[in-house]
Design a protein around this ligand. Structure first.
Ligand SMILES: [Zn+2]
Length: 65
């Protein structure tokens, strides 16, 4: 599911939302309630929580138990 990036032109609220391709684009800002949302197309990768956990660092694996 793609993640869309939105920004409100009114209050400056900036957020990302996961939406299906068939979902309609958001227009109402969830913060100020005005129809001033702007969809931003960017190549910002989706941030998965815990992406930095899997390090292929073997030098400390034996002494870091
Ligand atoms: Zn707003």
């Amino acid at each position: 599911m793609p993640t869309y990036h939105y920004r409100c032109n009114n209050c400056g609220y900036d957020f990302t939302k996961m939406q299906d391709f068939s979902d309609a684009a958001l227009t109402v800002c969830p913060r100020c309630g005005k129809k001033t949302l702007r969809k931003i197309f960017s190549a910002v990768p989706i941030e998965f929580k815990g992406s930095g956990f899997y390090r292929t660092d073997h030098s400390h694996s034996s002494s870091h138990k």
